[in-house]
Each structure stands twice: as structure tokens, then as C-alpha cells.
Ligand binder design. Structure first.
Ligand SMILES: [Zn+2]
Ligand SMILES: [Zn+2]
Length: 416
């Protein structure tokens, strides 16, 4: 969209100058002038590509009555502003459509400048075992291939007609007047030819592809997942995406998506596993077998006399993930230990433990001092629940804060 206070008269002669015609040139004059200049300046004939582009741009605007009117009134900038995506057509497409989609007159090598087809991206779910061991997966995919019967022409004769709806450009420009000096210009693919710029008569239509130029084809691709590949890594099959006429076929790209493993977590080359020890194991030693991703049993044991603290880590070298393209090198396997403490102990157990464990710090409270303290009761709390409750009712939290100083003091007293 653009607005303009007053029509600007400058910069609306350049296109006429490029084509070497007068401002009153008829559509036929323009056609002749463009044809002559475009052939002379075509890059395939050693012409200057910039000049060729300018010619195409000038002709594209002046040959379209609506665009020519905007250009004559407001100049080049108005067209640029209205063009979606900073637009304009490919100069080779304009050249080709001018000559009816055929080759270069006089046998030039370029039939039509090829655009690149879109890549097709598929997620590929893999297990951590797949990434540890490497694997290959066969996938059956359906894709468009050029019709073999008509070689992607869509017609029996191989001929096609220029679409009358868009003069073969494949695009249409529509304009909306949004007020005195406001014009909104929009470019969109032509409906008549689905943006291809050409049409095929019903009689001439290829019976195999019904004029669609492509047919569906099933193909099995074997995807090799290499050892050590990462979540999100891409595996590319160049030129295996949908085929289309005058198009360089895009790639099929598989993006690895690692499924969660119930036991192992991965971080780069390292693996992490959780292991819970009983208090007895944590204090007196442990040993257990861990089944690795390849099915091997690893014997994991503590050193004699070693105590494992809650929330501590230990690592085993070279038992992590293989490194991508260096699978003989491996990361570390980290074990995160949690310790299950007993819920309670009998008095006898307490006595027995006290004879073994290091002596407790001597109480420095005299009986007198204890008598001066206030009695308290310790309750079990679930801190997560407490904080959630406090978030829900701030008023209650305020009340409890009020009580806190007293409570804190009491605890302090007991510890002295
Ligand atoms: Zn069309
Ligand atoms: Zn066909």
C-alpha cells in the first residue's frame, strides 16, 4: 500500500528509454522493441545480464495496461511499493513467455531458466538405541514424477498454449483504489492456469497425467542413521522431492527426532542414568548390573569403605554415546545417585547405630536453660504444596508471615 500527496511526474520515462520507444508507443511498438532488444542482449548470446533484466522489467510494466498507467502517473517507485515481495518477474520467464514458452529463437541452449523445487522435510522418529548402534530404516514415500508418456509436457503433441488469463506470465495483478491517491496493488498466481502461464486444449491432453504433467510414484528410500547422530540432525536425499516441469527437483530431508528413553538421558556425547540406593548400600557399599543401550550388562560397584552421598554423581568413561563419524570415541556415562532413607527407626536400632556412628555433638544446654525454653512441635510439611497454597491465597500467606518471627525464635532457642 502506498499513499501520495501529489502525483510525481519525475522518473516515469526510464522504461520507455530502455526500450527505445516514445511515451505514446502502441502495445505493438513495445512488443517489437522488446523482442529486438531482448534477443540482442540475451546472456546466452553474450549480452549483458543487467541490461537484459532491465529490458524485461521495462517490458513487463509497459506491456501491462494497468501497470503502465501507474507508471505513467506515479513512476517506478509506485510499482515497486505495490509489488508483493519486492517483486517483478524472473527476466528469463518473461523472455520465455514472450516467445510462447519455447526455446530461444535460433537454437539457443537455454530452454527456460529452471527454478528450484521445494525441499520436502519429514521428521524421522528414532530411539536412543538407534542413535547408539546406528540403523537403517526403509521408508515408502509417494512423490510426483514427470509423466513418462508426455515427458512432463501434459499434452500429446508436446505443445501448449499461452494462458489468455495472464498472457503467459502465470501471475495476475489486481488493484484496489483505497481513496483519492491510495492504490493497493496485489500480485497473485493466475487461477486459469494455476500459475503455470499455459493451458492445454482438452483434445490434446495427455491421457496418462490428464494434463497435470506429473504422476504419483511410490519410492522406497533407505535412510542410514549413523552412530552418534543427534536429535534434530538432517539426512538429505538430494533431488528426491516432487518433480515438476522446468524445475530443479528439491531434496527430501529427514530430521531425526529422538524418542524419550525411559532409562537414559542424553546430553551431547554423554549419557545420564538415575540410580537409587538404599541407605545401607550408600553406607556399606553396593553393586548392580546396568543394561546398556546395546544390551551389554555393566557391573557397577562401589569401592570398599566408600560412602555415596545423596544427589551425587559418578561417571564411567567411554560408556556414553559414540561420537558422530568417530564411533570408536565415546562420551561418559554419568550415574546420578539418590539415597532412600528409612522412614523411621526403632529405639533399639537407634541405640545400635549410635554405638557405630560418630558421636553426636555434646549438648551445650544445661537443664536450667532447657527449662527456660518453650516447647514446640515439628510437623511434617510438603514444601511444594505449601508454596502452591501461598501463591493461591496471598492473604493467608500474610497471616502466616505474621506468626513467623515468634516461631523462628523458638526454633533458635532449641538449638542453643
Ligand atoms: Zn494464466
Ligand atoms: Zn502425461
Amino acid at each position: 500500500m502506498f499513499g501520495r500527496g501529489a502525483p510525481k511526474k519525475s522518473d516515469n520515462t526510464k522504461y520507455y528509454e530502455i526500450l527505445g520507444v516514445s511515451k505514446s508507443a502502441s502495445p505493438d511498438d513495445l512488443k517489437k522493441a522488446y523482442k529486438k532488444a531482448a534477443i540482442k542482449n540475451h546472456p546466452d548470446k553474450g549480452g549483458d545480464p543487467e541490461k537484459f533484466k532491465e529490458l524485461a522489467q521495462a517490458y513487463e510494466v509497459l506491456s501491462d495496461p494497468e501497470k503502465r498507467e501507474i507508471y505513467d502517473q506515479y513512476g517506478e517507485d509506485a510499482l515497486k511499493e505495490g509489488m508483493s515481495g519486492g517483486g517483478g518477474h524472473d527476466p528469463f520467464d518473461i523472455f520465455s513467455s514472450f516467445f510462447g514458452g519455447g526455446g530461444f529463437p535460433g537454437g539457443g541452449s537455454r530452454v527456460r531458466r529452471q527454478r528450484r523445487g521445494e525441499d520436502v522435510v519429514h521428521p524421522l522418529k528414532v530411539s536412543l538405541e538407534d542413535l547408539y548402534l546406528g540403523t537403517s530404516k526403509k521408508l515408502s514415500l509417494s512423490r510426483n514424477v514427470l509423466c513418462s508418456k508426455c515427458n512432463g509436457k501434459g499434452s500429446k503433441s508436446g505443445a501448449s498454449m499461452q494462458c489468455s488469463g495472464c498472457q503467459g506470465s502465470g501471475m495476475k495483478v489486481s488493484m484496489r483504489h483505497l481513496g483519492a491517491n491510495m492504490i493497493q496493488q496485489m500480485q497473485h498466481p493466475c487461477n486459469d492456469c494455476k500459475g503455470t502461464g499455459e493451458t492445454i486444449s482438452d483434445k490434446d491432453r495427455c491421457p496418462q497425467c490428464k494434463g497435470e504433467k506429473v504422476v504419483q510414484h511410490k519410492k522406497v528410500l533407505e535412510v542410514h542413521v549413523e552412530k552418534g547422530m543427534q536429535n534434530g540432525q538432517k539426512i538429505t536425499f538430494p533431488g528426491e522431492a516432487d518433480e515438476a516441469p522446468d524445475t530443479v527437483t528439491g531434496d527430501i530431508v529427514f530430521v531425526l527426532q529422538q524418542k524419550e528413553n525411559p532409562k537414559f538421558k542424553r546430553n551431547g556425547e554423554d549419557l545420564f542414568v538415575e540410580h537409587s540406593l538404599s541407605l545401607t548400600e550408600a553406607l556399606c557399599g553396593f553393586q548392580f548390573a546396568l543394561t546398556h543401550l546395546d544390551g551389554r550388562q555393566l557391573l557397577i560397584k562401589s569401592n570398599p569403605g566408600e560412602v555415596v552421598k545423596p544427589d551425587s554423581y559418578k561417571a564411567i568413561n567411554d560408556e556414553g554415546m559414540p561420537m558422530y563419524q568417530r564411533p570408536f570415541m565415546k562420551g561418559k556415562l554419568y550415574i546420578h545417585f539418590t539415597v532412600e532413607f528409612p522412614e523411621s527407626l526403632t529405639l533399639d536400632q537407634v541405640k545400635a547405630l549410635e554405638t557405630i556412628l560418630p558421636a553426636r555433638p555434646v549438648s551445650q544446654l544445661t537443664d536450667m536453660e532447657i527449662d527456660e525454653c518453650e516447647e514446640t512441635t515439628l510437623h511434617d510439611v510438603n514444601m511444594d504444596e505449601e508454596s502452591r497454597r501461598k501463591k493461591q491465597s496471598p492473604q493467608e500467606s500474610y497471616d502466616e508471615d505474621d506468626d513467623m518471627p515468634g516461631g523462628a525464635q523458638r526454633v533458635q532457642c532449641a538449638q542453643q
